[in-house]
Design a protein around this ligand. Structure first.
Ligand SMILES: [Zn+2]
Length: 206
């Protein structure tokens, strides 16, 4: 059995596709079985339901992926982007299109809390000014703030837009980052926040 991903242009937009195939001609027929049964739906139901509560996931705390959860030798080229929390969020979305992923969910909240703590340790001027959607403000030469969003949220969605508008109303210079930035490159967040008011800082990193 082989599992792969590819991107396709459809109706003017880019969509991701997952494909399953038997590796050998006259293979065991797993791909055919999966295509003709509700087995995939059952897997998604389990991932969103009871499997979500398995002790191995409840107590799992690697920050993205490891050899105890998603990493294998075969998916080595994807290791840097594999994330078991996002995997479960995708499973929830595939099962229920109205599902809204949240950083307040049990699987995210402790990791986000520790990421925010680390961010504020880099520059102790930092202050958590909103908890629902995390916002950290810094009192540099100017008052700046970063909104930390779930990676699946659009920067222009209603909840981010109204929060940004309200912070800007208080005189803050606001930038939006996602939890990937918070966990993997918090120094970059500080750099970008300082760059937002100090144009003398060249964009040397990205
Ligand atoms: Zn892991």
């Amino acid at each position: 059995m082989q599992i792969g991903i590819r991107s396709q242009i459809k109706d003017g937009g880019i969509v991701g596709e997952v494909f399953l195939s038997d590796q050998l001609i006259n293979g065991a027929g797993y791909a055919k079985h999966l295509a003709n049964s509700s087995f995939v739906e059952k897997i998604l139901d389990d991932m969103s339901g009871e499997l979500n509560e398995l002790p191995i996931l409840r107590n799992h705390d690697c920050d993205s992926s490891c050899y105890q959860c998603l990493r294998t030798y075969d998916n080595m080229i994807y290791h840097p982007i594999l994330n078991w929390r996002l995997g479960l969020d995708i499973a929830n979305l595939m099962q229920d299109s109205d599902f809204v992923p949240s950083l307040k969910a049990n699987r995210w909240k402790d990791l986000v809390k520790s990421g925010l703590h680390n961010l504020m340790k880099i520059d102790e001027e930092g202050m958590l000014v909103n908890e629902d959607i995390p916002v950290v403000s810094f009192n540099f030469q100017e008052e700046v703030a970063c909104i930390i969003k779930h990676p699946f949220w659009d920067d222009n969605c209603e909840r981010i837009g109204s929060l940004k508008k309200s912070l800007e109303g208080e005189g803050l210079n606001v930038k939006i980052f996602d939890v990937f930035d918070l966990l993997h490159r918090p120094e970059w967040i500080i750099y970008k926040l300082k760059q937002s008011y100090d144009q003398s800082k060249e964009n040397i990193l990205f």
